[in-house]
Structure formats: structure tokens, C-alpha cells
Design a protein around this ligand. Structure first.
Ligand code: GTP
Ligand code: MG
Ligand code: ZN
Length: 354
């Protein structure tokens, strides 16, 4: 029995109930946040000037902030636990640039969140929980080479295109594949290479210089199902020994244990930032309209203006240029099936927002 029933098996009444419980829980959390903010502010008046900073992690009541600019201390940059001032409307998330003040050695208060350049969201029935990370330049779509799941990759790519974030495919656990499996994986990856996406292979001990090259100077975020090896890569790339990694992986196929529970920002020794994020079961595309999705498929987008009908859904309608391109072998059939599936899922969601 799966621990969580997929949401489409719930009745409308159940969905509404879950949604209202979530809302109440969040209201309580917000109430506690206000109390925390009041408590912290009472403990001492804000000292010193307004500082610039970046959010490195986000917990229930507190947000971890690092002062930006200036040289890091010998122990590295020391993050400060901050409460969020009540007047701040946007809830700060990992990667946010903020203005804040110190309240002491290791406490502070966030006074404001700067406008976001990019925003990545995660699935969830409630808007307030959806933001995963802000101001990222690259989405590292991480998938295990063992039982590679292109359908999920396609969802991530749509999310990246919609957010205006460059996506790079990171295919992990290559050490577990034999020659025949490698060849078949290459076949599945060929369409992505042809579309211009970077594809990087990694293994448990192999060289990471190619991946490092993709990350230098940018803020990148790892995403992908639990157990694919995101944190393993973060630990190796940053040399940070505090990164939590799942113990021995018996299956190899990415049956994750949800080891990482909150998104966290790390620094790369050669410059650039890396955000590790919790593995997710599926990737929702909230905020993306079903009619926009085809435009986010790099291989399909060039054909969509040529369909007979302006509102063509690129299914089996007559005169569909996308379908014709698939039949002519110019678009990978599996990608077209992905498009159809994502559109169907979004239409279901949009007609049933719970
Ligand atoms: N053989 C092999 N095992 C790997 C590789 N990368 C990671 N693993 C193992 O896979 C398991 C899961 O790794 P994690 O790094 O914790 O996975 P994660 O993606 O961070 O998972 P969550 O935090 O749950 O989302 C660990 O036992 C790793 O040792 C790899 O390239 N090859
Ligand atoms: Mg992890
Ligand atoms: Zn069409």
C-alpha cells in the first residue's frame, strides 16, 4: 500500500477537507511566526545598519540569512537565524535576497525581501507552500540512469522553461549500468541533446569537472526524486561534510527515503551557489496554463503556429502540425505523449483546484 494516495483518487469532499486543514495549519504557523517576531524584537532593538543578505535555509519559524559582500571569516560565512518582521509580505525562501538587521551575534530580523529574478515552485495544494527557491539560474534536473524516467524529466523541463531558468540534465548512478543499459539510456537522452540541453553523467566516484563547469558562477538548484543522489553530489561538489546523505542504497533505482527535508544553499569553492532540495514524488506545474505547455517543449514549439486551428490542442485534431511532425519523425513520439499527459493533468487540476 502506498503511504500517500495519489490525489486523483480522492473525492472532492476529501480534497476540500485536506485543503482546509492545511490552511488552518498554516494560519497557526503564521500566528506563531508573528509571536516569534515580536519575541525576538522585544529581546533587543535592532542594532547596526540595514544589511544585505541571502537566505540559505528556511525553517518553520526562522530563516537562515548570510550577510552578503565582505570577506568570509576564517570559519566561513556564519549564517544568522532571523525572524521575519510582520510587515514583510512575501515569505522569504532559499535563494532570496533580503534586507535585514542584526539583533546580536547570531540573531536578526528580516526587514524586506527583494524582488525575485526567478522563482521555482513545487507541487502542493496551497499557494503559500509552493515556492521552493528564488533567484536561481540553473535547474539541475537530476535523474538516476537506473530506470531512467523521461516523463518526470519532461515535467521539470516545462517548469524550468516557464520560470525562465536554464535546465541541465544530470544523470546519476552511471556506475550501476552495464554496456547494454548505457546504450539504451543514450537513445532516451538523444532528443534532449538535440534540443540543446546540457547532459552530464555522474557516478559514485567519477570525475565531476564537467558538472563543475556547468555550475561555476551561477546559482543552481538540484531537483529530482528522492534517492537519485542530489545530496551526494552537493557534498562532493562543495566538500561540505555536514550534508546529509541516505545510508547504503540497496536498490540503486532511487527508492528514496526523503533524507533531505529542507532546501539549503551552499557555496561552491570555485564560485557560485548550489541549492540542495528535498526529493519530490511528482512535480506539479501550478501556475502554468495548459494552453502554454506546448510552447515550453523546445522540440515542439516550432510547429505550434502551423496547426490548422488556432486553439489546436495537438492531439488528434485534423491539420495538427505537431502531430504531422511526430508522424514524420521530426519530433520524438514519447515527447509528444509527455505533452499530452501534462496538458491532461493540468486540465484536470484547473477544473478541480483542490
Ligand atoms: N552507485 C551509486 N550510488 C549513488 C550515486 N549517487 C548517490 N548514490 C547513493 O544513493 C543514495 C541516496 O543518495 P542521496 O544523495 O541521499 O539522494 P538524494 O537525491 O539527496 O535524496 P533525498 O534527499 O531523499 O531527496 C545514497 O545511499 C548514495 O550513496 C551514484 O552515482 N552511484
Ligand atoms: Mg538529499
Ligand atoms: Zn496542433
Amino acid at each position: 500500500m502506498p503511504r500517500h494516495k495519489p490525489s486523483h483518487q480522492l473525492t472532492d469532499q476529501q480534497r476540500r477537507r485536506i485543503s482546509s486543514i492545511r490552511e488552518r495549519r498554516l494560519d497557526r504557523l503564521e500566528e506563531r511566526r508573528r509571536e516569534e517576531s515580536a519575541r525576538v524584537l522585544q529581546a533587543g532593538d535592532p542594532v547596526g545598519e540595514v544589511l544585505d543578505g541571502r537566505v540559505t535555509a528556511h525553517f518553520g519559524l526562522n530563516v537562515e540569512v548570510e550577510e552578503s559582500g565582505g570577506a568570509p571569516s576564517p570559519e566561513g560565512r556564519i549564517p544568522c537565524r532571523c525572524a521575519v518582521r510582520e510587515t514583510v509580505e512575501m515569505e522569504p525562501v532559499c535563494g532570496d535576497w533580503v534586507v535585514w538587521r542584526r539583533l546580536g551575534e547570531d540573531q536578526g530580523v528580516i526587514e524586506g525581501v527583494k524582488p525575485r529574478r526567478t522563482v521555482l515552485r513545487r507541487p502542493g495544494a496551497c499557494e503559500r507552500l509552493r515556492t521552493l527557491a528564488a533567484n536561481v539560474d540553473r535547474l539541475l534536473v537530476t535523474a538516476s540512469g537506473v530506470r531512467f524516467n523521461p516523463g518526470l524529466v519532461d515535467q521539470y523541463l516545462v517548469a524550468a522553461e516557464a520560470a525562465g531558468v536554464e535546465a541541465v540534465l544530470v544523470i546519476s548512478k552511471m556506475d550501476l549500468l552495464d554496456e547494454r543499459e548505457r546504450t539504451s539510456l543514450e537513445g532516451a537522452l538523444a532528443p534532449y541533446r538535440a534540443m540543446g540541453y546540457g547532459v552530464v553523467h555522474t557516478s559514485l566516484t567519477g570525475d565531476l569537472s564537467e558538472l563543475m563547469g556547468e555550475l561555476a558562477g551561477w546559482t543552481s538548484v538540484f531537483s529530482g526524486q528522492s534517492g537519485v543522489g542530489k545530496s551526494t553530489l552537493v557534498a562532493r561538489l562543495t566538500g561540505d561534510e555536514s550534508v546529509r546523505i541516505a545510508p547504503e542504497d540497496a536498490t540503486g533505482g532511487g527508492q528514496g527515503r526523503h533524507t533531505t527535508t529542507v532546501a539549503r544553499l551552499y557555496h561552491l569553492p570555485g564560485g557560485g551557489e548550489l541549492i540542495d532540495s528535498p526529493g519530490i514524488r511528482s512535480f506539479g506545474l501550478h501556475g502554468v496554463d495548459a494552453s502554454e505547455v506546448a510552447g515550453y517543449f523546445r522540440d515542439i514549439a516550432p510547429f505550434i503556429g502551423h496547426c490548422k486551428f488556432g486553439d489546436c490542442e495537438h492531439g488528434e485534431e485534423p491539420g495538427c502540425a505537431v502531430r504531422a511532425a511526430v508522424k514524420a519523425g521530426r519530433v520524438d513520439e514519447r515527447r509528444w505523449e509527455s505533452l499530452r499527459r501534462i496538458v491532461r493533468e493540468l486540465e484536470n487540476e484547473q477544473s478541480n483546484p483542490f
